[in-house]
Every structure is written in C-alpha cells, then in structure tokens.
Design a protein around this ligand. Sequence first.
Ligand SMILES: NC(=O)C1=CN([C@@H]2O[C@H](COP(=O)(O)OP(=O)(O)OC[C@H]3O[C@@H](n4cnc5c(N)ncnc54)[C@H](O)[C@@H]3O)[C@@H](O)[C@H]2O)C=CC1
Ligand SMILES: NCCCC(=O)O
Length: 521
Amino acid sequence: MFLCAVGAGVTSLFRTPWIAAVAAMSTGTFVQLEPLNYRDGARVEPADSCGTEKAFEPATGRVIATLQCSGEKEVSLAVKNAKAAFKVWSKKSGMERCEVLLEAARMIKEQKDAIATMETINNGKSIFEARLDVDTSWQCLEYYAGLAASMAGEHVQLPGGSFGYTRREPLGVCVGIGAWNYPFQIACWKSAPALACGNAMIFKPSPFTPVSALLLAEIYTKAGVPPGLFNVVQGGAATGQFLCQHPDVAKVSFTGSVPTGVKIMEMSAKGIKPVTLELGGKSPLIIFSDCDLENAVKGALLANFLSQGQVCCNGTRVFVQQEIVDKFTEEVVKQTKKIKIGDPLLEDTRMGPLINGPHLERVCGFIKLAKEQGATVLYGGEQYVPTDPKLKFGYYMTPCILTNCSDGMTCVREEIFGPVMSILSFETEAEVLERANDTTFGLAAGIFTRDIQRAHRVAAELQAGTCYINNYNVSPVELPFGGYKKSGFGRENGRVTLEYYSQLKTVYVEMGNVESPFESQ
Ligand SMILES: NC(=O)C1=CN([C@@H]2O[C@H](COP(=O)(O)OP(=O)(O)OC[C@H]3O[C@@H](n4cnc5c(N)ncnc54)[C@H](O)[C@@H]3O)[C@@H](O)[C@H]2O)C=CC1
Ligand SMILES: NCCCC(=O)O
C-alpha cells in the first residue's frame, strides 16, 4: 500500500480516490511518509542503514523524503527474497509471464496521471513530459509481455539421428541501478525485459528520485508477480556497491555517468557478471542546408531542451551548414524564447526546474566557462526565479543557446546535462562527419536533410548507437537503445534486449551408442 500526505487525506494507491487525489496535487504539498524500500511484496524500512540522503521537490527546493540508505544486511535480504521468487517465476511459461506483465501495463495506464504527477514532483520535469514518459513505460511492459512467449531455442539435427537443442534461460537475480532523469521509465525499461525473461530484479533508484519506483513495485505485486520478484532498495554509491558485489547477483544493468559505469564494470568483472551500461553522451545533430528548416528547428529543440536538457542522448553539438546557419539560429532563438518555464505541474509549462541546486550551479558554471573561452550567449543561460512565491527556492534556469563555439571548447566536448545548445557551423559532409565523430562518446546522433542518400550515407558513418534521420529524441520501445564507445554497451528496448537478460543452454542428445577411444578390452 502506498501512503502519502495528500492534502488532508491518506489513502491507498489502488483506490480511485487516491489516483484522483494525487493527479490533482499541486506543487508544494507532497510529503513522503511511507517506507521507501520494497521487499517481499511490501514497503519496508531497511534492516540496516549506511547513512541517509534527502530527496527534494526541485520546483520548490523542499525536502520531501529522507532516505535510509540500505546497508549490506538489507541488500542481502533483498537478494534472498529475489532468489526465492526467481525459483517460482522462472518456472512459469512465457504466456503466464505475459499475462502478469500485461496486467501491470494496464494498471500503469490506468494510473498514468498519478504516476506522472509523482514523477514531476520528485524530478521537476513538466507534467506534459512526465505523462509521455509513463506512456513509454507501459508500452515497454506491453512489448516485453508480447515477447515473453516467443523466447525459444533451436533444434539442430546431428549425424546418426542424434540432435541438439538450445534453451534460452533466465540469468537469475538481476540488479538495476538507475539515474534520476527518467526515474519511472528507467525502472520499467530494465525490469520489463528482465521479468519477461524469467529473472528477478532488485532496483536501486537514484537517491535524488526515490519515489516512483515504489509505485511500479506495488503495481507488479498487484498484477501478480510473486512477492520478492521486484524489490527496491534505496541508497547511493555504497548501497550500489553492495548490490554489484553480492555473489548471488547474476547481472547488473546500469544507467548513469561514465565514471560510475567504470566502477560498475570493475566490480562486475570480479564476479564475471554481465553488465549493461547506459552511460552519458555528447551527441552531434547535423543540419544540412537542404533540410526542412521548420522541422530541423523543432528537432534541435527536442534534442536539447526536453527534461531541462537532462537527457543522456541529447544532441547538444548542433552542426549547421554554413548557408543556413544565420536563418537557423534566428529561428531557434525565436522558438526557444517561447518555452514556458515555471511550475512543472501546470499544464502549459514546458520547462521545469533542474534536479537540484548543485547541478544548477554546475550547468551555470559550464556557461560561464564557455563565455570565458570565447562563446557568445545568444539567449538564456541564467538562473530564473518564477513569480509564484512558492517557487522562489526552486532550481530554474533559462534555456541557453551558445554561438561562436569551436570544437575544442569545454561546452562542446563535455556532457553538461542541462539546457545548453552549442551551435557550430560546417561546410562539407566529409568535414562534419569527422568533427561529429571526434568524441569519446557515441550514444546518439541526428541528421536533418531532404537528400535520402546522404541521410543513410551519413548515418552509416556516424559512430553512435542511435541515429535519428529528420527527427530527434523519439524512443519507441520497439527500437534498441544504447551506446557506442564510452557511452556504454548492451541495449535496452527492442527484441535484442532479451539476449541481455538471458543465457543460452545447449543440450546434446545421443541417439546411438557412445563411441569412445577408451574401449574396454
Ligand atoms: N545512456 C543512458 O541511457 C543514460 C545515461 N545517463 C547518464 O547519467 C548521468 C547522470 O545521472 P546520475 O544519476 O548523476 O549518474 P551517477 O553515475 O552519478 O549515478 C547513477 C546511479 O548510480 C549509483 N551509483 C553511484 N556510484 C555508484 C557506485 N560506486 N556503485 C554503484 N552504484 C553507484 C547512483 O546512486 C545512481 O543510482 C549522465 O552522465 C547521463 O548522461 C542518464 C540517463 C540515461
Ligand atoms: N526517453 C529517453 C531516454 C534517455 C535517457 O534516459 O536519458
């Protein structure tokens, strides 16, 4: 049962009044009262703790929850529970798993507004966007529900009537570690394929955004997953380490920064555990002069300002062909000025606050450095205080457009993870390809052109896990998502992800007698 302070009342997640009350909540009213760990099918306080963390409402700067970071004992209990649930779940047929996942997807859809509201309160993204994230979340569950029953091996005929076959089997207890920018979506993108394959999962959200993974846990339980199959442990780096190092954890799927990704890989290497790493990026968006300009401008805004620019695959290096750079820049500035910043729970807001104060300072620091290095701030890039007094201590800034940028500047080389677009001009296709690929990252890339041959030629040359042609930042669950180079490896979404949450067993069947060099005399 999910309990929270909603105005005067305290009610349950699974009753319609709760959904309506949460969906109607206003900024500055939510306080998390219930335990934030989830184990054996229920919310629990952790058995031990290795410190506390505070979670904020970025719109107001209020503390909404103080977390107990789970210690080694709590992590071991979660693993024990997950192992027990795995025994039951892994024996179910694909169709049986499908049924449960479909029911969970249906419940997410039913509670879309309430879940999106909680996400907006804890993360700061606009309610408009949070609802889209919830859509990509239930779609993910539906998609993997559909694939669950299609998991199959192959039969191979061998000489003398013997044969072999393969079985695609689950891995066991998988750990999901999430970032704070898409808290609910990340929990779904990791757990849906894991559960569809027959695994159990322990999910650790970012300590900045602990709230919405619990809603997912409650939905899974209500939909019929065995208690313990999906557990949530809260905490930061230390809790994450306990999880990665636990000998009974079979796999780690991580979304976060490159430096943390390196640590996760090192820990997993010691236990020979497979890892999926969804890491950062500094993606190029290439706009050729023959593009549809209106679409290219829309694409550039999508590539830079969704979720206040806190998106790993953002196309923040915007390369524009010389002939149209002035016109493009003028139009981008015009459209950016129209973005409504403010209370993220209001229907017409399109940009809420950044995740927290230190991150806002960090993003503003990048802009200051860009100016020192010779870039021009054409628009925005300043801290912003909305007129509503309750938002006075929120972490808002105006979206920023930088020109006069060059490839060596820090704003062009490093991931800022904020609403900062750098515009760079180019002349030829060969030149822009070389510059676009001149990065250690390789998460995504975009191309705007009307020339279909050029579009595919450039996409083939770009060193990136996802290339968007004539759009940006669309994430249909049917398509695999993941990085090249330091942006990580493994994939989320798409059919291929089943391979990252399962292993192949080969069974050889002898139909004749054993032929042996060690004949008995
Ligand atoms: N490729 C992708 O799909 C995405 C990548 N990201 C990247 O994530 C970064 C921002 O997210 P943050 O949460 O700040 O990243 P982060 O790397 O600081 O933290 C990510 C998660 O790892 C945990 N963690 C931190 N240290 C750990 C350790 N030593 N062992 C185990 N777990 C540990 C954190 O508590 C958190 O849950 C950006 O670089 C962004 O590009 C974010 C979203 C999606
Ligand atoms: N929906 C976009 C996912 C990208 C990210 O997690 O940052």
